[in-house]
Design a protein around this ligand. Structure first.
Ligand code: ZN
Length: 270
């Protein structure tokens, strides 16, 4: 069977980016077993021929109604699939879906009938929020970065922007490349509506990267590579903090004045 990616260089390039990020997640030890999820809004790469392609599944329920997603298309990691497998065979370990006109169902369009992640309702709720707000962000990433997750096991770090300030102060690039910091969502059941709602509320309050206490991160950005970069930059800062602790001291961190200077020179958002 012909792949939906054939003769669609832009769509193929987006899916290749997802595969590349999936490989990095595996190499970093952030994606054990089937851990982590990726969804990307690919609607802009859909041509007229794709619109008339038959679905290879019956309409499946999202479980919620998402009005901003009418007719939108997404690439999603498959349920139970491994990032390390997705990195080499993205269309066997993920699928392309389109949202039906009732905004309550989706159909799988290509290449194999891989059921999307069980986290689909929460990921799609975030995309629904982003589209409704007119955001340019197209990708969402959930993964388990070891050192960042470890930091959420220490209660004083969970207060608002304590982690943001520690991580920003480890190395100037952290604030430059992750200028909105790290939001924190208290522990909630994975996959729950409450967790999805609180994640959206935290993104709405100004964060691109949200830390789920004792679980992982949820990041949004213009594409999957940028979402990955933000998490990577933050986890690098966490590694520097940990390295200092391993040497027997608590890292001093840059001063507030030094960090303000970074914001002014780089013209960072407040
Ligand atoms: Zn997880």
């Amino acid at each position: 069977m012909k792949s939906i990616l054939e003769n669609r260089p832009q769509l193929s390039a987006e899916i290749e980016k997802v595969a590349e990020v999936a490989l990095y997640l595996w190499q970093k030890g952030w994606a054990e077993r089937n851990g982590g999820n990726i969804t990307v809004n690919i609607t802009e790469y859909v041509d007229s021929e794709m619109l008339s392609l038959p679905a290879i599944s019956s309409p499946l329920e999202i479980g919620t109604v998402l009005p901003a997603l009418k007719g939108k298309w997404f690439y999603c990691k498959g349920t139970g699939k491994r990032m390390r497998d997705l990195s080499v065979r993205p269309m066997e370990n993920g699928s392309i879906i389109r949202i039906t006109d009732d905004c309550a169902h989706y159909e799988i369009v290509a290449d194999s009938p891989v059921r999307p992640t069980s986290e689909l309702p929460s990921h799609l709720s975030v995309h629904n929020y982003l589209i409704a707000k007119g955001s340019p962000y197209k990708a969402s990433l959930h993964t388990h970065p070891i050192e960042l997750v470890a930091m959420t096991h220490y209660r004083p770090f969970l207060e608002k922007d304590v982690l943001t300030n520690i991580l920003w102060s480890m190395i100037p690039e952290t604030k430059a490349f992750c200028p909105r910091g790290l939001g924190v969502v208290p522990y909630m059941l994975p996959g729950s509506v409450a967790l999805a709602d609180e994640t959206i509320r935290t993104i709405d309050s100004g964060y691109d990267v949200v830390m789920w206490e004792k679980h992982g991160v949820f990041a949004v950005d213009v594409d999957i590579m940028d979402a990955f970069d933000q998490v990577d930059v933050l986890n690098k800062a966490a590694l520097i903090y940990e390295a200092g602790k391993n040497m027997g001291f608590t890292p001093e961190g840059m001063t507030q004045q030094q960090m303000r200077e970074i914001s002014e020179v780089f013209g960072l958002p407040k």
